[in-house]
Design a protein around this ligand. Structure first.
Ligand SMILES: Nc1ncnc2c1ncn2[C@@H]1O[C@H](COP(=O)(O)OP(=O)(O)OP(=O)(O)O)[C@@H](O)[C@H]1O
Ligand SMILES: [Mg+2]
Length: 370
């Protein structure tokens, strides 16, 4: 398996700039997930790695070799396209085995490889059908199968699970993770789904409007988002962002917010104090993940970093494993993650606890993490 460097990559269509100076490096065996809103340039970047789209400037480096001028067939890359790109007049079996046939892999080896991936992708019963007689999700799995029977330098996957139902999607996600662990393959994977990104990636690249917002391990992206865009893109429900004023009293910093019944001064953890001191007297954006606003109970009260607030509850949404309460906080709606069986009821005022050691602060002007 191979390393990949994306160096100062730019892409424009005439005057329209699509990718703006993208720099990403991954090691052999890394699982890079590209995430970002529709149209941000994920597929364009993937196509440029594969050699299917011309680079406007910059270099694609595979194993220390600049491959900009290499034909796609010389790059030894297996790609699963967002549009599947199956051969319509071949059976599923022949679609999957096509590359092996070209390379004159012995027939018994081809059959074994096809059977293995078909089993893994739950399409063994479809091997004699043609793509036109398959559902979108089944076609998508055939396209996966065609890539997975190969042993390329790099796998490129463009939203390979987007057309599957929720259960199959989770099954396939686990299969892909197992496959990565077994093969130690180098993978670049595009998805809209932030759970997929968090669970599969060794590195996540978050993109917006052709600009790389942050590159890091899933944990860094989630716990130390570079800006409010990354903060709200990853995590569901999204991180709550509220405006807060930084105040100081006796050396302790506070974030001042309103909540229905009055004003709260939320004590800021000491570790954040040096970075927030320059903001005393100013407004900043306070970010609180739903899981850090919980129902007040005996355990939450024990921690020093937990502050209690009372909020008007607008809506209660049971999800199964937990309950999301949409509550009024600082004159806006925020999400709180409550227990599966929650006593919180809509149209009442309830007590919540915020874990201040987990909150984030962002500059109100630049949106960058403080
Ligand atoms: N041939 C082209 N000419 C002009 N603009 C193009 C061309 N191909 C793509 N684009 C534009 O480039 C941008 C990035 O497209 P791309 O397909 O890479 O987005 P994406 O992040 O993969 O989106 P999605 O999540 O919807 O698949 C889009 O705004 C798209 O309209
Ligand atoms: Mg795309």
């Amino acid at each position: 398996m191979s390393s990949l460097k994306i160096q100062n990559i730019c892409k424009s269509y005439e005057s329209l700039s699509i990718l703006k100076n993208i720099n990403i490096e991954i090691e052999s065996g890394d699982f890079l997930v590209l995430v970002g809103p529709s149209g941000c340039g994920k597929s364009t970047l993937l196509n440029m790695i594969a050699g299917l789209d011309e680079i406007s400037s910059g270099d694609i480096v595979i194993d220390e070799a600049v491959v900009n001028r290499f034909h796609p067939s010389e790059r030894d890359i297996a790609m699963v396209f967002q549009s599947y790109a199956l051969y319509p007049n071949m059976t599923v079996r022949d679609n999957i085995a096509f590359g092996m046939k070209i390379r004159k892999v012995p027939k018994d080896q081809q059959d074994k490889a096809v059977a293995e991936v078909a089993d893994m992708l739950q399409i063994a019963h479809l091997l004699n059908r043609k793509p036109g007689h398959l559902s979108g999700g089944q076609r998508q799995r055939v396209a996966m199968g065609r890539a997975l029977v190969r042993d390329p330098k790099i796998f490129l996957f463009d939203e390979p699970l987007s057309n599957l139902d929720a259960k199959l999607r989770v099954d396939m996600r686990t299969e892909i993770k197992k496959l990565h662990q077994r093969l130690q393959a180098t993978i670049v994977y595009v998805t809209h789904d932030q759970i997929e990104a968090m669970t599969l990636a060794t590195k996540i690249a978050v993109m917006k409007d052709g600009v790389l917002q942050q590159l890091g391990a899933p944990r860094d992206i989630y716990y130390e988002p570079a800006n409010t865009f990354v903060a709200t893109f990853m995590g569901s429900p999204s991180m709550n962002l509220v405006s807060a004023r930084i105040a100081s009293n006796d050396g302790q910093l506070y974030a001042q917010v309103n909540s229905g019944s009055g004003q709260y001064a939320l004590p800021i953890a000491q570790k954040l104090a040096p970075r927030l001191t320059p903001y005393i007297g100013e407004n900043v954006t306070l970010g609180i993940r739903p899981e850090d606003i919980v129902e007040k109970d005996d355990t939450t009260r024990l921690s020093e970093t937990v502050v209690e607030v009372s909020c008007r509850v607008e809506v209660v949404e049971p999800t199964g494993p937990d309950t999301i309460a949409v509550v009024q906080f600082n004159d806006q709606e925020v999400s709180a993650r409550c227990k599966a069986v929650s006593a919180v009821e809509s149209n009442t005022t309830a007590e919540f606890a915020i874990n201040m050691s987990h909150v984030h602060f962002f500059d109100s002007t630049t949106q960058a993490r403080i």
